[in-house]
Design a protein around this ligand. Sequence first.
Ligand SMILES: C[S@@+](CC[C@H](N)C(=O)[O-])C[C@H]1O[C@@H](n2cnc3c(N)ncnc32)[C@H](O)[C@@H]1O
Length: 382
Amino acid sequence: MEIRIERILPGGVGLALADGKTIFVSLAAPGDHLSVRVDRQQGDVLFASVVEVLTPSPVRIEPPCPYFGRCGGCDFQQLTYEAQLAAKADIIRDCLQRIARLDHVPEITVHPSPKQWRYRVRATWQIDQGTREIGYYERGSRRVCDVEYCAVLLPELQETLEQVRSTEWAEFPPDLKHLDVVRGEDDVSLAPAFGEFDTNELSLRVGNEVYEYNAESFFQINPALLPELIEFALGDAAGATALDLYCGVGLFTLPLARRFVKVIGVEANPVAARFARRNLEQAGLTNARVTTASVAGGIRNTDSVEFILLDPPRAGAESVVIKGMLDLQPTRISYVSCDPATLARDLRKLIAGGYTIDSIGGFDLFPQTHHVETVILLRRSL
Ligand SMILES: C[S@@+](CC[C@H](N)C(=O)[O-])C[C@H]1O[C@@H](n2cnc3c(N)ncnc32)[C@H](O)[C@@H]1O
């Protein structure tokens, strides 16, 4: 069938309307006139893929990566970089209107990434020892797409990919299905360790702080944009007590400890929590402590706080965490999120609980993909 793409939706798919049906088309550009094949139907919604670009959108470009379309990693390479940023602003707006039910969404700026390619310092490589393939999952499947070269990886990590790929298969642990890999200032860390590859401890300077971490702990994948992200997420916050929920190795805990008298970080992964404590100690910050706990449990044991920063995984914050935050009644909340849909779900509850939005910022931590980091600053109004 022939369709025209109206805009890009959350999840990165293009939206088209035809014959009373809603059609979701992957790897499309807004304004494209396409011939598509319907892959499956769910009620009045059709899921389709591009057969032929009949008239390309003015923002469509030739995807430079030879794996584009097959590899499940990058789904925005068909868009100019400006169009990627515009689509991400639309995605955030759509979630805030449809899921958070905001009547008026303020203007959203998505801060561009200093690097649009070769920016990733962290990746997970899938390994199929049966077919002897190493790379990323194929689009919409759990088959491994064998990738020799990845255009969004930092060049040093590309070298590591090549080293892993040239390792004798006999050296791989028989049950190894994926490898987590991360780069620091001058070394690489892999988990699990095997053969010549170690789970090294790394360090990296971000703004004025130095962070240590390894491949068993979370670290943001695009460090070049982190100083801007941290500055926006903290705003002009300062005062007596702050909470940093889902704090990882302390990316926000350290700068918060420079502005608040007391800071409490909560992190479930013991490896990350240990690095967070060490990072605070090496920065000489004795006014912050980090609890190794799930936030759902950790938030119950907290007294009054003025400021809460939360940066949960894609699933967002558990209901009990939102309830715990509302019970604490902080003057301000900074919600950092890598999934606008779960952010909007939680935001709705925070607004119902008496908070209003001060500002919204988008940060393009993930160029060439539909993913976007969003920060929403909230203030207690009741
Ligand atoms: C998106 S990362 C953010 C980490 C940190 N704020 C940063 O920017 O580097 C989310 C973190 O939450 C942790 N986490 C996941 N579920 C959790 C839970 N239920 N309670 C506490 N921490 C959790 C993960 O281990 C991870 O370190």
